[in-house]
Design a protein around this ligand. Sequence first.
Ligand code: BES
Ligand code: ZN
Ligand code: ZN
Length: 490
Amino acid sequence: MKINFINKIDAKTKTLVFPLSLKQKMQDELKNFDEQNDKIISKAMALYKFTGKNGQIVQTFLPKKDILIVLAGVGVEKNADAACYQNLGSSVFDFMQKIENKEVSIFSLSKDAALNIAFGISLREYNFDKYISKENEQEDENSLQIKEKAFYICTEDPKSAEDEFIILDAKAQGMNIAKAFINEPGNVINPKTFAEEIKKLEKLGLKVEIIDAKKLQKLGANLILNVGKASETPPCMAIIKWQGDKSIKDYKIALAGKGITYDAGGLCLKPREGQLHMFYDMAGAGAVCGTMAALALAKDKHNVAAIVGLAENAISSNAMRVGDIIKSLSGKTVEIINTDAEGRLVLADIITYIQNEYKPEILIDVATLTGAMTYVLGAEYAGLFSNDENLAEKLYNTGFACGDKVWNLPLCDEYDKMIKSDVADVKNLGGAEAASATAAQFIKRFVKDNVKWAHIDIAGVAWSKSENLKSRKGATGFGLKLLFDFITTK
Ligand code: BES
Ligand code: ZN
Ligand code: ZN
């Protein structure tokens, strides 16, 4: 698949796309076209009731010229944001997949619109269908065909659009890497195979260090060890570093991701419906790895240190029990109230490690931490908890602009009291009330005082149950755009 920016439609292109917003009059190019061709476009618009709704596609054919005209809905013009144009890109991609023509030219409104349409097209290319046997040659051919398609996007200054697209393309590739990790089931991605895949990211210029179970034992990272000890595949941590500015040794920004490759719940076994798709419990780690890959591909100038904690929360006679008291890497002791509240345990050890080793000023963790998030914010917003107002505001604004939206939720002493233990320094569950906040409060216990920290709970947004223009079914890659834009615009 090729994406090119041009400033004039090539007469040879046989598919032309006109983005149109809600109730907007036709652009001059389209009006002229319409006048010269028996008003075929106005007629098609009326016939198909084309309103310009975001994602709407209407097509008509000019037999004399052998040209296919496609009207693509932008939505309400004044509200048309990055996401609207990305959706439009997705719908054009889907359309091109269904037709024979290999080339398409897209009329565009501005450079920003052109870039986001291109970004939407790139993101749509990823499809997790590798395990579906192709039943006939035609199906095989269809999936090959998309590789030969070329998208030409019109914009006033194609050279500068091309330059800027390098960054968006890096983001799209990072997103594909994240989704590819997250969509793999638990029998394919386990702590060992995940670590091997992360190690392969070194070819992009990242530095990767794997801390295996033996080393975790030496360190005293007993929380992650206990979460993973019932699994045949031992837990590990992966440190991923991007040094964009070689003149500076420090890593001011650190990322941390929950990487539970399958969450059965441990001895507090999840009911069967709760186990469905629980291999995406490493979506935080997936988003963090994808972000690091994107930073390397974009050759970004910042230094970022990331850590992911990889473990499988399984069940066996050797599993962590309810009531166990475990000493964390930080030295704090934790009473286990529920073995299914394992993500916070892994996060506690990995954020302790990254803070001790790299002394970051800013620490952002991303995790599918609490099912309660689904009830609070649904699939629209991720939950944000932070000890720093400015950091929270910046993440909110960045998320709004890129489409990975986060909503700031409260931390307070009362929530902290709910995780007070009678027998240890802290317990891993605060009860059913304010479950997402007490989970955040647990992580906060392991954040050093001088560190600006944000916790993003993506349990409700990491997985899409339905196919839509924003995402295919399955992994959404949520968090990558947010982290990448936050870091690169700092
Ligand atoms: N991985 C789950 C959270 C989750 C649930 C993510 C649904 C995505 C979708 C987490 O480890 C967990 O099991 N949390 C429990 C905690 C409970 C035992 C108090 C939850 O939120 O139900
Ligand atoms: Zn769990
Ligand atoms: Zn979990």
